[in-house]
Design a protein around this ligand. Structure first.
Ligand code: ZN
Length: 422
């Protein structure tokens, strides 16, 4: 099956699950992802202090509805978006006046159900289409939220793909939204596929992939994995990568970090791609880029958060996400990781005049345009390797592909004409 179709199929399997920042929905999601990649599930108990925050009680829900005369008018079984995430349990009868403050409709579209949460303020609520809301009138409504809010744990998933070096590159996505496709499931699908792709090749860096609930998940990870942090040399948050918007890279807070150079190099070759400056808004890059950590983490998306009309509504469904867009995003991520790897510097060990390539068997044996480019790539790498210019700089300046430049550097390194700059 094509990669894009496989990712879309995983999204379809995960779509019905009711996820939140804690609870069985996240566990079930990660278990399904874990059938494809060697994911380790980690549980951090409720009440654990994580930086300025506390891991909340775990939330689980079995059913919820608003009924009139025994007929369910708003039904969790139709869509998990109907219930405000983290709603406390309620079993009551009430007139519309009393119920009305707990009902939420979409501001612009009368047929869409909005997505709402109330993680840190105890309340309950229902979300519904405005056209349904407008039809409600007198009578006594039966309100049921069969949820449980009790000490448990926060669950996240982690995959480590060892490379030749201890230096680690972090890739993360959020896993805390219920039936929403572009926002959270597209990131999960791309990360799952990325894990398989990285596991099947030789990597210089070690890759650490995190499937975490938004905000509290990254805070929890940062607070509990201090041992790993010194090894992180860059990272990418991936979210909303399945819609039709152009690929968008948001820089890290340093603006010119290694990950920023790599992503900008890759996106520059894509006609409609966008690069935007850092803002302390968006997804978990906010936490990774807080000044006390400053982990040099950029963000790759298509639409930004809140930028597409379907955002946080029932219209963010599987139809909004196309397999080819997922595949395009995965290709871009892999290219960015290659460019990141190529942003390394060498020193020419025979810098006075050109070294004799023929004597070392480095002249291409065959003719043709490719052979000429291979030779040119070696001359560029030799010329620019003064410890100042990275292979990424060489590719940008020469116009040769990164692949050719990296291969040339590897061959020159093997021939002991290049040494890695400190
Ligand atoms: Zn969201």
């Amino acid at each position: 099956m094509a990669t894009g179709a496989r990712m879309h199929e995983l999204m379809a399997e995960l779509f019905p699950i009711c996820r939140s920042i804690t609870g069985d929905g996240v566990r079930q999601t990660l278990r399904i992802v874990g059938e494809r990649v060697p994911l380790e599930l980690r549980e951090v108990p409720s009440g654990t202090e994580v930086l300025d925050w506390t891991v909340p009680d775990e939330w689980n829900i079995d059913d919820a509805y608003v009924a009139l005369d025994g007929t369910r008018l708003i039904d969790f079984r139709d869509s998990n978006l109907h219930v405000v995430s983290y709603s406390e349990p309620v079993h009551a009868r009430m007139p519309l006046d009393e119920l009305r403050p707990h009902l939420h409709a979409h501001a612009e579209r009368s047929d869409w159900i909005p997505y709402r949460t109330s993680y840190y303020t105890r309340t309950w609520g229902f979300c519904l289409a405005r056209e349904t809301l407008d039809r409600l009138d007198g009578g006594e409504y039966e309100v049921h939220v069969d949820s449980r809010l009790e000490p448990g744990s926060l669950t996240y998933g982690e995959v480590v793909i060892p490379g030749e070096r201890d230096e680690e590159f972090l890739v993360t996505t959020h896993v805390c939204h219920p039936s929403l496709a572009n926002d959270n499931l597209s990131g999960i699908a791309v990360l799952a596929e990325l894990a398989s792709a990285l596991a099947g090749r030789r990597n210089r860096h070690t890759f650490r992939l995190l499937f975490i609930p938004g905000t509290i998940g990254s805070l929890t990870w940062l607070a509990t994995r201090e041992d790993v942090l010194p090894r992180i040399v860059g990272g990418l948050v991936i979210a909303c990568v399945g819609d039709a918007a152009p690929l968008t890279y948001k820089r890290s807070r340093r603006n010119e970090a290694r990950i920023d150079r790599a992503a900008e190099y890759v996106l520059a070759a894509r006609e409609d791609a966008r690069v935007t400056d850092f803002v302390p808004w968006g997804w978990d890059e906010r936490q990774f880029n807080s000044p006390g950590f400053d982990l040099q983490v950029g963000c790759l998306s298509r639409s930004r958060e809140g930028e597409f009309p379907e955002y946080h509504s029932s219209a963010d469904n599987l139809d909004l996400v196309r397999p080819e867009q997922l595949e395009g995003a995965l290709d871009a991520v892999l290219e960015i990781l290659d460019a990141f790897d190529a942003d390394r510097r060498y020193v020419n060990l025979s810098p006075r005049g050109e070294p004799q390539l023929g004597r070392r068997g480095l002249y291409p044996q065959t003719g043709g345009a490719l052979a000429q480019d291979e030779q040119l790539a070696m001359l560029w790498v030799l010329n620019q390797s003064d410890g100042e210019h990275s292979l990424l700089d060489v590719a940008a300046r020469s116009g040769l592909s990164l692949d050719l430049v990296r291969t040339a550097a590897d061959r020159l390194h093997d021939a002991q004409l290049l040494g890695e700059a400190p």
